[in-house]
Design a protein around this ligand. Sequence first.
Ligand code: DGL
Length: 266
Amino acid sequence: MSTQAIGIFDSGVGGTSIWKEIHELLPNESTIYLADSLHAPYGQKKKERILELSIKNTELLIKKDCKLIVVACNTATTNAISYLRHNYNVPFIGIEPAIKPAALKTKTKAIGILATKGTLSSELFHNTSELFAENIEIHEQVGKGLVELIESGKKDSSEMTDLLKTYCLPILEKNIDYLVLGCTHYPYLIPQLKKILPKTVTIIDSGEAVARQTKAVLERHDLLNLLARSKKKEVRNISHLFYSNKEVNILQDIIGKQFKAEFLKF
Ligand code: DGL
């Protein structure tokens, strides 16, 4: 058993959508969240740069004594997770677009996927989608500019609505019944997307699956925080640290007032 924190990183504030799922499923675990907003978006960067940034985030979380690291970013997972797993001695959990559940459930045999250029062009994504592409049509759409708007606090803006319409309408014409959100920032756009998409289109993301996988891996490595189940407050001692290397207020707005976000240079 271990009282050490779960480390989570993303190119910015989007991975908090994963943090929320993890916290809901594992309320007895301490967490440390890194938002590398200074370098967001990762999605338009070269693989080497994404790898370099993922290494830097990982090393910081290891220095902070994290027992497991969640790469709460599809772009960083698809481009860097195999390197990280080979080179660091902590378990890693990654996130990939939920093509499989959509592919298994689609009735129209056509699904849409909205993700960053970095994810859609990665080898890992390519391999996963090829596994399913035989039976269904997968319509890819790069969400250029969406992460930037979320990172600047404009997730509910009319600029965002316009951009989402531009991206959704062409894939809607392909008769899709599932839209897979392949970027951890995008669950924050679900209210907007629901206004644009017809009811026949179901939106899915990978947040819950990542939380379940995190729990399973902690159990397997005997790393769950069993002390935190104690009724005594001084023994429980759970903490949640949120760091941003850019504008803290955007991260603060997204996590809510009950938690505190701090600036950290990294
Ligand atoms: N949240 C990241 C992801 O899941 C956003 C990528 C980016 O920074 O472009 O891919």
